[in-house]
Design a protein. Structure first.
Length: 365
């Protein structure tokens, strides 16, 4: 079972994220943003973009064989990969984070204005926390059974999607022989990651012994990504604050509990944080890449939770109110931002208005 888990993890979290990251790097031509920053942020994109592809595939082509959906996901990533990835390797990584001494790298990771002691302390603390976390998480946490609301409800929905091979919207609740049926408005993003895991190895799912290890790993993975964001967003010379921020996060043990237990929170908070970061970039720099990423991450936040929709709407309003550009282009960019939010996750709310909530019989047994 562990071997299949690593295959799923490497494919979805690393290979798919690498393709998306290199694609974004090709649009960072003006070097407004650090290529390393974009590359690190992209490590969180593979899972949620895969879930988004599955969502649209279930809506447009419901009740197909597993192979059809796997092929659809693979084909989209191959299309994204053909041009930017080929150019990336053909150029030997020129102009990217692989180029030694690249001026695009954050100063906190190369020369920088901070002291060597600060940089060394930050690096040691980050490595220590990541190493300790991986030891605990891989050695103990992933071996514990699923429990609590998020893991069980979203996990059941993931299995429901895999069984039906569609998103079962309905305005009515139908009785079941055993009297148990689900009817709710839980957002499909998190659940679809288990659906994807089941599709990649349905035989493992039928054996029911550790078939959901990849689904279990999502919470911890995005908990680590939040820590990475903490180190990435600090300005040059301030990296010494990152270890202090880590200590503050873990001081109440709630953050540690959040990433060691199976939960939705680290997954949705990651995209909330990124939407706010790129909101600040979009307002300050007025460039199209920041606007696109603001729309994408706001849409992803809405795709994970209803709170994410509220944040996306607030981001939309904030951009319109505070972007220091003339009224006409501001209206146009706000309309583009609205469309991006809909495409990257907001469309599900239109489906709920038209068709009703997600409903169906489910059991995790």
């Amino acid at each position: 079972m562990t071997g299949f888990f690593y295959i799923k993890f490497l494919l979805t979290n690393l290979a798919f994220s690498l393709i998306l990251g290199i694609t974004l790097l090709r649009f960072n031509k003006k070097r407004v943003y650090s290529n390393l920053e974009i590359a690190m942020v992209s490590l969180g994109l593979g899972p949620i973009f895969t879930a988004l592809i599955l969502y649209y595939a279930f809506i447009i082509f419901p009740r197909q064989r597993y192979f059809f959906y796997i092929a659809a996901v693979t084909a989209i990533y191959m299309v994204l990969a053909v041009f930017p990835v080929w150019r990336f390797f053909a150029s030997g990584g020129q102009g990217t984070l692989l180029k030694k001494g690249s001026p695009d790298l954050p100063k906190t990771f190369v020369k920088g204005n901070g002291s060597r002691t600060g940089k060394l302390a930050g690096t040691i603390v980050l490595i220590a926390f990541v190493g300790a976390f991986l030891y605990i998480y891989l050695g103990r946490t992933l071996k514990t059974p699923l429990e609590q609301h998020d893991a069980l409800v979203y996990g059941n929905l993931g299995k429901l999607y895999a069984q039906k091979r569609e998103i079962p919207y309905t305005k009515f609740t139908f009785p079941q022989p055993n009297g148990f049926v689900f009817h709710g408005s839980h957002k499909p993003s998190f659940s679809l990651l288990l659906t994807w895991e089941i599709m990649l190895n349905p035989r493992e799912y039928k054996q029911k012994n550790g078939f959901d290890l990849y689904f279990r790993s999502i919470t911890g993975y995005y908990g680590l990504m939040i820590l990475v964001l903490l180190f990435m967003i600090l300005p040059p010379g301030k990296r010494i604050l990152a270890p202090l921020g880590v200590i503050v996060l873990f001081s109440g043990l709630q953050f540690l509990s959040m990433i060691l237990n199976y939960h939705l929170d680290s997954y949705r908070i990651f995209f909330l944080l990124l939407s706010w970061i790129w909101l600040a970039y979009a307002i300050k720099n007025k460039d199209n890449l920041a606007l696109f990423l603001l729309g994408a991450f706001s849409g992803f936040a809405a795709f994970t939770h209803l709170i994410g929709l509220a944040a996306a709407l607030l981001n939309l309003a904030a951009y319109f109110l505070f972007a220091e550009i003339p009224l006409k282009p501001r209206l146009v960019k706000t309309a583009i931002l609205t469309l991006l939010i809909l495409v990257f996750g907001g469309f599900q709310y239109i489906m709920e208005i038209l068709l009703g909530s997600i409903s169906g019989f489910m059991t995790y047994l």
